[in-house]
Design a protein around this ligand. Structure first.
Ligand SMILES: Cc1cc2nc3c(=O)[nH]c(=O)nc-3n(C[C@H](O)[C@H](O)[C@H](O)COP(=O)(O)O)c2cc1C
Length: 178
């Protein structure tokens, strides 16, 4: 029997939804990162960390960065949740940007999340508008996947979360137990 936990940081709910689905399928505990400490994590063999992507950074990953030495010996997996459709090159850029030094080599999966402009905080909405204005001035043929997704999401409320996305993670984690 595997013994694991999903810890997550979610601002608009998509990462939380995936955490709950993973918890149901894997029978792992599920806790927000702000409510956990490394001492409590010691009882688990496997730790899955989930975080939304904000301006290319993965929310909650700083917790791992700070505590990676204390968590040595644990099986660690990360999933990140963004608005863009999956694209290998874009994901590889996200990986390089987030997984440096001691985090290099950690297995990471990508899920598509949501874009909820009507729920965004004022700073987030302002930042997105600024980014949209910058991207609007670029040649559409040169846009990255994330930039295209940003432009097509203007003024919209979209939810791309899909339980199907968790299958590769569930398989991967079950494979670790064999
Ligand atoms: C200010 C801001 C910046 C964002 N930056 C990115 C990004 O760089 N790449 C991306 O794919 N999605 C980006 N998104 C979309 C979020 O990743 C998406 O809404 C995701 O569902 C967030 O996870 P959460 O719902 O758990 O908070 C951004 C959203 C906001 C509000």
């Amino acid at each position: 029997m595997m013994n694991g936990i999903i810890i997550f940081k979610s601002k608009y709910g998509a990462t939380k939804k995936y955490a709950e689905w993973l918890s149901e399928d894997l029978h792992f505990d599920c806790v927000e990162i702000k409510n956990i400490n490394t001492q409590q994590l010691m009882q688990y063999d496997t730790i899955i960390l989930g975080g939304g992507i904000y301006a290319s950074g993965i929310a909650g990953l700083s917790f791992l960065k700070k505590n990676i030495d204390k968590l040595s010996g644990k099986k660690i997996i990360v999933y990140c949740v963004g608005a863009s459709p999956y694209e290998e090159e874009a994901f590889s850029e996200i990986y390089k940007y987030n997984f440096k030094d001691k985090l290099e080599g950690i297995k990471c999966f990508y899920y598509r999340g949501a874009w909820k402009e009507n729920e965004m905080s004022f700073p987030d909405r302002t930042l997105c508008k600024m980014l949209q204005n910058v991207v609007a001035k670029k040649d559409p043929a040169t846009l990255a996947v994330w930039e295209k997704a940003l432009m097509s999401a203007v003024g919209q409320n979209c939810d791309w979360t899909d339980r199907e996305y968790i299958k590769p993670v569930v398989e991967y984690v079950k494979g670790l137990a064999k």
